[in-house]
Ligand binder design. Sequence first.
Ligand SMILES: Nc1nc2c(c(=O)[nH]1)N[C@H]1C(S)=C(S)[C@@H](COP(=O)(O)O)O[C@H]1N2
Ligand SMILES: [Mo]
Length: 366
Amino acid sequence: MTAVTAAPAPIQEHAHQQAVDAGLLVHRAYPLNAETPVHALTGGDVTSTDHFYVRNHFDIPDLDTADWRLTVTGRVQHRLTLDLDDLYKMRSRTDLVTLECAGNNRIAFDPKVPGEQWRLGAVSAAEWTGVPLADVLDRAKLTSPAREVVFRGADRGRVDGRAETIRFERSLSLDDMADSGALVVYRMNDAPLPRQHGYPLRLVVPGWYGVASVKWLTEIEVLDHPFDGYFQTARYRYAWLRDGHTVTEPVRRQRVRAVITEPSYGQTLSCGDVLIRGLAWSGDAPIADVRVRVGRRPWQSAHLLGHPYRHGLRRWELCTRVDEPGTATIQARATDLTGRAQPDQPEWNPLGYGANSVQTVTIHLL
Ligand SMILES: Nc1nc2c(c(=O)[nH]1)N[C@H]1C(S)=C(S)[C@@H](COP(=O)(O)O)O[C@H]1N2
Ligand SMILES: [Mo]
């Protein structure tokens, strides 16, 4: 049998071309998976929309706002069918929120694990405008025994081990949702949500790994039992070997991490004052401290800069004197206010999530 590969549809091609033009590091064109170049994270609090990383499991669905609807069903008193105008009329909010893929820095695992080999650019921050999820659910009025809420995207496709195509769907428990600050979003960085980021509506769950922030949202279903969808139970779970047993746990909040944005890998600098800059974030708590070291010298605390937006990327910098010429390593380790800090090595797990180990950048000094 000859496999016939159809040419990608124009909207897939267009999104791919946009990623290439913006200088994203494209891991896969169809479905589009592309990471933000580290230099595009520097400087501002917000990543420009062009540079925002893209992580898709399936092709981008071609949704037309004229017939797009959001339905709310299941354990509710009032089933809802909302169009975009209904949502525009509701109270809106704009929040600065960082999304990070749970697979960010997967390339660091040894032995290697399958999946997109993300470096450190599967993370970006944007200003998201939309309606508090709680307001939508208040309209529908949950009835007991509501337990979990499933968010269904319009995209679908094939996955390993399943005969039928499946939708992208994820759930949150009522406890996880309470005070989560989740928004259903229709604008990104003060412009309509682009197609590759979930047009016309997506969920944004602050502090959680990106998988929770379902794009192309069309259905919200309230369940009285735990949800067992593919992306809930077969993927996006850590599996740890503990006392000879495998224990699994879902990926949840973004693990604490610092990224060095300057100097870049392999850069050549003159001896003297070296300026080291970067970003840090944690889904669990605000950043308490970023420590930096050059070679084997003592760790020094960097200055935390800018406004500490709770779900933003916190900028930091340190100027330090280096007088010995040659090759040197720079490392940065972030700690958050819960006391969680980055490990030296990524905690290996078969699907390759949460690789928040300390980054090492090698430079040359003349
Ligand atoms: N419908 C849908 N939502 C989705 C995904 C997807 O493939 N389909 N990918 C998820 C994952 S794993 C991540 S990391 C984020 C990425 O959001 P972005 O592409 O806007 O950066 O979207 C999440 N929401
Ligand atoms: Mo992700």
